[in-house]
Design a protein around this ligand. Structure first.
Ligand code: COA
Length: 200
């Protein structure tokens, strides 16, 4: 995700965190809200088809934050097979300026990651501009590591870091030893994680 240049500060909103309502993507009426936020804050232009691709296929992974009926933040994600892993991907994350620094992005991302984990993802990835200190700090706090530097990744010529969060998997040896009647799972994810502990 590439950040738009900051046009200056904004008055901080006065609110209590308990007043923020987090909702799952709930249909077409949420689409203009997501698009408005992302178009304003991220520099790379996305077409409506890109937004629809994400929210139609993975509505359970996208969340919006509302304060008194106003949309103040959003996260848009996907998940799927990637080189023999089942991978979650955070595509867009935005909180509007007056609401920043109060944990809203952390809550949005944590909700998506929770669903990815429950859905069997092995890992979560995303890209962030190497200059985006806020996003790098946020994801660092959540346990993401920098797995690659992508040269001139964005249209604006800025490099990106690929960030990755690996979910811990139970040690297969422990479960084999502790239960002889243990049924071996043939689910591709389980087979893969037994063979390869760490990917890439
Ligand atoms: C990045 C962004 C989503 C953060 O939203 P937020 O709601 O302010 O984030 P949080 O309040 O959950 O921040 C959690 C932690 O991230 C870090 N962080 C967030 N913004 C930061 C900043 N500007 N500078 C340094 N650290 C920052 C801090 O460690 C913070 O914890 P702390 O407040 O206890 O120190 C928001 O600044 C934004 O929308 N930026 C523009 C779009 C963007 O860059 N998206 C990410 C693309 S990868």
């Amino acid at each position: 995700m590439e950040k738009r240049e900051d046009g200056g500060g904004a008055e901080a909103a006065v609110f209590s965190p308990a007043e923020i309502e987090y909702v799952n993507y709930g249909g077409e009426h949420h689409l203009p809200l997501i698009m408005g936020l992302v178009d304003d804050e991220l520099s790379e232009p996305y077409s409506i088809f890109t937004y629809r691709y994400f929210v139609y296929l993975w509505p359970n992974l996208s969340f919006l934050a509302f304060h008194k009926g106003k949309c103040v933040g959003t996260v848009v994600c996907k998940m799927g097979e990637h080189r023999n892993t089942f991978r979650g991907y955070i595509a867009m994350l935005v909180v509007i300026k007056p609401y920043r620094g109060r944990g809203i992005a952390t809550e949005l991302v944590t909700r998506s990651i929770q669903v990815m984990m429950e859905s069997g993802c092995d890992e979560v990835t995303l890209e962030a501009e190497v200059t985006n200190k806020g996003a790098l700090a946020l994801y660092g706090r959540l346990g993401f590591i920098r797995s690659k530097r992508l040269f001139r990744y964005y249209l604006n010529g800025v490099d990106a870091f690929r960030l990755k969060l690996l979910f811990p998997r139970p040690d297969p040896l422990l479960s084999i030893n502790s239960n002889e009647s243990h049924n071996h799972s043939d689910h591709p994810q389980d087979v893969y994680s037994e063979l390869h502990h760490n990917v890439q």
